[in-house]
Design a binder for this molecule. Structure first.
Ligand SMILES: [Fe+2]
Ligand SMILES: [Fe+2]
Length: 180
């Protein structure tokens, strides 16, 4: 393992726990979907992308992790929204090889149907939305300093339903019920 990636995980608030959680849920969602829908290669690319999707947040200022959205200046929010691109750039810079699939899934983890996401306002690939769904669910259920309590499973699923395809939502519901 590359020492630089250790330093990134050690130095970025919540990154290790969040990345592990997202990778765990991505694996579980894949396993809960119909056989053959996700190939072994796609699954590997998705797990890898889940582990590294947010390393771009290592470039953030400390207060960006703790402030609620309304306290963040628009100019800073615009920079924060580039973190999927920063993730790919950092992996390239520190010499962690990634496949084209992993790169795509990292870049698209905040893209939303109807081109409503960021950073490129594009229509996300179905497989990228497996990471997005896991990411939304985990972000809602993990502790965050800008809200008093994490959301419960039902509330988090209602957030995911707003964006994710039905097949992914169904798989996530199955997983959430299994581990409850
Ligand atoms: Fe992200
Ligand atoms: Fe994330």
């Amino acid at each position: 393992m590359n020492n630089k990636i250790y330093r990134i995980f050690a130095g970025t608030p919540g990154l290790l726990e969040h990345s592990f959680n997202v990778a765990f849920f991505v694996r579980q969602i894949i396993d809960a979907m119909p056989d053959g829908l996700v190939s072994t290669t796609q699954a590997q690319d998705l797990i890898f992308a889940a582990m590294y999707h947010d390393v771009g947040k290592s470039t953030w200022h400390g207060e960006w992790f703790t402030a609620p959205r309304h306290q963040i200046r628009n100019v800073d929010w615009t920079i924060m929204q580039t973190h999927p691109i920063q993730s790919v750039n950092i992996l390239n810079e520190i010499g962690i090889p990634i496949t084209e699939g992993t790169k795509k899934y990292i870049l698209e983890h905040h893209e939303r149907p109807g081109k409503m996401g960021y950073p490129n306002n594009i229509e996300p690939d179905f497989y990228s939305q497996i990471i997005s769904a896991a990411d939304i669910f985990c972000a809602c259920t993990e502790p965050r300093s800008y809200r008093p309590y994490p959301l419960d499973t039902g509330q988090a699923l209602r957030e995911v339903v707003k964006y994710a395809p039905e097949m992914i939502v169904d798989a996530l519901k199955f997983v959430a019920k299994k581990i409850a």
